[in-house]
Design a protein around this ligand. Structure first.
Ligand code: ZN
Length: 82
């Protein structure tokens, strides 16, 4: 497990998936790189941390693969009934 906290020098943004139309993909708030949480290849981002509540993914904290911004993704609970 990684215990290190993300470096503070990078910008941090929060994305709420509830506010996003479509398949949950969104552009990086800083550089505009298209990021899809469903893309398990992690080609465009790197997962830093995940937060699970009641066996449901609650938060995903990722790092943009292009600009390195830290992006916190919330809102998984709503609208994703596989
Ligand atoms: Zn970016």
């Amino acid at each position: 497990m990684m215990m290190k906290k993300p470096e503070k020098k990078n910008s941090q943004f929060t994305i709420n998936l509830v506010a996003i139309d479509g398949d949950g993909a969104f552009p990086c708030p800083k550089c505009g790189l298209q990021i899809s949480p469903d893309d398990e290849s992690e080609s465009n981002y790197r997962i830093i941390d995940t937060k699970v509540v009641n066996d449901e993914l609650s938060e995903l904290i990722i790092s943009c693969g292009k600009c390195g911004s830290t992006i916190r993704i919330t809102g998984f609970q709503a609208g994703f009934d596989a």
